[in-house]
Design a protein around this ligand. Sequence first.
Ligand SMILES: Cc1cc2nc3c(=O)[nH]c(=O)nc-3n(C[C@H](O)[C@H](O)[C@H](O)COP(=O)(O)OP(=O)(O)OC[C@H]3O[C@@H](n4cnc5c(N)ncnc54)[C@H](O)[C@@H]3O)c2cc1C
Length: 420
Amino acid sequence: MPDTPRSVVVIGASQTAAVAARTLRRRGFDGGIVLVGDEPHAPYQRPPLSKELLEGAAEDSDAALLSEEWCRDNAVELRLGTAARRIDTAAGTVELADGTAVPGDRFLLATGASARRLPGVAEGDERIIHLRGLCDALRLRSLLRPGGRLVIVGAGFVGSEVASTALARGVRPVVIEQAAVPQARVLGEEMGRFCADVQRAAGVELHTGETVASVRTGPEGVVVTTESGLAVEGDAVVVAVGAVPNTAVARASGVAVENGVLVDEHCRTSVPGIFAAGDVANHRHPLYGRWVRVEHFDNANKQGMVAAKNILGRTAVHGEPHWFWSDQFGLNLQHVGHARAWDRLVVRGSVAERDFTAFYLEEGVLRAAFAAERGGDVMAAKELIARAAAPDPAKLADEDVDLAELAEEAAAQPALAGGN
Ligand SMILES: Cc1cc2nc3c(=O)[nH]c(=O)nc-3n(C[C@H](O)[C@H](O)[C@H](O)COP(=O)(O)OP(=O)(O)OC[C@H]3O[C@@H](n4cnc5c(N)ncnc54)[C@H](O)[C@@H]3O)c2cc1C
């Protein structure tokens, strides 16, 4: 492996890959860049797939990330419609499923994640949809007919967004969720109840505490039955029960894998010369002192950038608290940080009026925040979380206290995690 990279091969051609390619060129890298993607499409964004694109308010081209023109002008080669199988660092190649090989001396695994399957659910029927890619979204869109009925398994963020978009298209959504409230794992019971109330008030038929037993298709549509005996009929079913990291290439290349590709804070894997970033990466996060794998747009961007800089010999770190948003039922929801065992939930604003921020505190330390229609609060909370600040709960709840000032006070203290 040469000391300075001469050619970079990125496996996966999506959000992380696009950001990494842009960063490499912006940082003056003039060697070869090849993006290998198994989808037939040039890199595109996934968030619109459950929102604007599904609704029909946006087209495929609105989600595009790298134009043909940009790739040509920046000498970035896209090898699309073919999967990578293995990286051979000794030979300096990536072996592709079509039998060809792409030469390189630095490699970025940006293989993302795939929609989790429910055991026993048949593949191949076009009315059973696992929403992950553009083709899935376009197929689902074609099945959303006004007056129709859509069954959605899973009331996580993607399932909830699909329910919201279905309503906007005049389709009646029926959601089946295993937990007692939606998004309980991340938000806890109280905020999960808020999400359930929002859904039901909007017109979603939400069944919680129900485990799917079978999904059957027939000439009339689909029937989803649960272990308790509930049977729900619809024109189609969306299975939105999370995602699993795509680790096959990493495993075949001798890279350490555990709930994704294990990477340090610099996005370096266990094999020199191979980096990983985005949804596939289980990242040793300096703020939390443990490995964390998330499936967020912002994280894909940040890690894609950090990996690219480190490929070029820098020692950049992604140490910010994780952040994501979700648009559903006319609300902009945002979440920042990670709270695993909070002992206090402090609310600023009004949950009833759907205009609030909830702060999750563990032994007085702010670990996470969840907000409806309050992006500004979330950005201030991000600063506080990054510094493991222990703000006065009364000030957090007091609308007259400027959160940005609390964040500035905390910023005067040294940050716990490194920046980029
Ligand atoms: C419907 C939907 C809505 C979302 N909405 C939001 C949102 O509102 N907010 C938010 O923060 N995040 C959202 N996300 C998450 C966000 O889109 C992801 O975090 C982001 O796409 C991750 O980018 P990535 O490049 O790491 O992985 P991916 O986007 O999964 O891309 C990986 C690419 O690699 C390809 N690949 C896999 N294996 C191989 C191989 N062997 N060879 C070649 N190519 C391979 C895959 O097919 C895929 O094209 C959403 C995701 C989905 C699916």
